[in-house]
Design a protein around this ligand. Sequence first.
Ligand code: SF4
Ligand code: SF4
Ligand code: SF4
Length: 600
Amino acid sequence: MKEKLKAISSACIKCDLCQKECAFLRKYGKPKDIADRYDPARKEDQGMPFECSLCGLCTAVCPKGLDPAGLFLAMRQETVIRGGGDYSEHAVLKGYERRGTSRAYSYYGLPEGCDTVFFPGCTLSGTRSEKVILAYRHLREKIPSLGIVLDCCTKPSHDLGRTDHFTAMFEEMRGYLVVHGVKSVIVACPNCYKIFARYGTGLSTTSIYEILAESAGNGTGKITSTVTVHDPCAVRFKEAIHTSVRKLIRGEGCAIEEMPHTGKQTLCCGEGGAVGFLTPDFAGSWGRLRQEEATGRKIVTYCAGCAGKLAKLGPTAHVLDLLWEGKEGATGSAKVAKPPFTYWKRLRLKKWFEKHVPAAVARERTFTGKEEQKKGGMVKFLLFLVFLAVVIATVKTTGAARYLEQQTLKTLIESTGVLAPIVYMLVYTIAPALFLPGLPITIAGGILFGPFWGVVYTIIASTTGACVAFLVSRYLAREWVEGQLKSPRWRRLDEGVEQHGWKVVAFTRLIPLFPFNLLNYAFGLTKIGFRQYAVTTFVCMLPACIAFIVFSSSLLDLIRGKVSSAFVAGLLLVVLVSLFPLIYRRYKAKRRGDDPEILS
Ligand code: SF4
Ligand code: SF4
Ligand code: SF4
């Protein structure tokens, strides 16, 4: 780290070439300025490198041969060493990696005499599992003892600066392969290429596109369309791969018109460094640049992650779509699975390999580093359904249904006078400040007080609770709250409030981009006025409050085995409220830039 800082600090001539290309550097300054003022103990400096895409364009354009991208990765690692960088926004990505390395999704099949394995990577396996099979078959014609490894290279952890976890996981995989006589890995994902090429000691790394290009047509046939090529930034310095992919594309009868940023100077697609989770506007700016340079031409790329990202902005195909789906691939209508079906596709792919690879040595991966394997969301959902079914069956068979009559409950609650509502509202008022989840309390409110009084008590109490946390943060525990809000995203909330005031409160209440309890505290640190905050919170929490109370007020019917019209109405309202984020994102995609960037 010290050497990296010193190298940039002493040799950077502040020429502007890297800054001209990059929104992150335009915000934070030239690499020398960043290196000179960097203090790893300062909160801002700990979060800052997580806004860099690690795309390496600065490294590619630097006339002094410096590596600012390497410095920003080292800064991420330093943040993690100091106990930071564990942002809740990255949970999705970590979960994706965890599933990739899990026993359920991983598979190693090494035939007798196997010294080469195919490593397709998680994203290609999920989105284009049929093409992974075709690729494997094609390779096996040349390498009869070819093995298969379905696993994750753990690049997400690498890029998040989680060096200990990355090293433990990758080393275990590398060690297993080397011990079993594997000498060569053929990869299909440029990110996996980067990881294996850099850390895969004892293994040689080859891109499948180089192998496929050996037998590609010569491209002298009839030209059927004109495309442009996006080189993934992970392999920006690998000219042999760039050339091979172009050979494959021309071999399919396509003419290529290059974009201004190509090859070594390619742009990030917006996925790099997991920046989109924390700073969507930086990530989005890369994607928009790419879209502008493509000027409507179809983009062909060779990273499934880039293909997915760019397809949201314009016509995009993976080179394997072009190769193996002919016309559909060329026109952009190739078969591409989308989450959550990608996980099902990966499980099926695993089954296929288990059946078709004559493995002498096989395993599913059980090594998890020091991390616990968490139960997936789907498993939890299924467990919940089973639990609900058991409750309904028990209530029906034991005759307990008569005690769950709405009227009986109403009479019971009324007999307590004002006590029940007061206790309920008190609990709800202190719950957000104590980080207790509001949903179970809301459901209880719907069941106990019915749709009308349930809404009245809940909206008053939940707004009061949000205000209590706000006031605690503003006047009593400022330092503690600041310590909890380390992610750059929270800083952007402050900037958003400064620019757009109450609108940010309104949006974040309607669209749950931030954890609710922490959000109340966070607003206490911003410049928003208390009255504005309280009124906006009350009004904008009302739709979700109505939906969940109406829904839960009919739960007793459901438990007694009756699907009432109130239940159907409540369910529809909950679905509608849950769709707000999706509707908003669609709307935002159409009217990009009109709203606070914090909500991107
Ligand atoms: S790696 Fe990419 S995002 Fe990071 S500073 Fe360099 S050019 Fe900018
Ligand atoms: S391109 Fe190189 S020398 Fe120029 S400002 Fe960037 S890091 Fe410094
Ligand atoms: S780099 Fe490849 S294997 Fe690693 S997470 Fe991404 S797609 Fe999966």
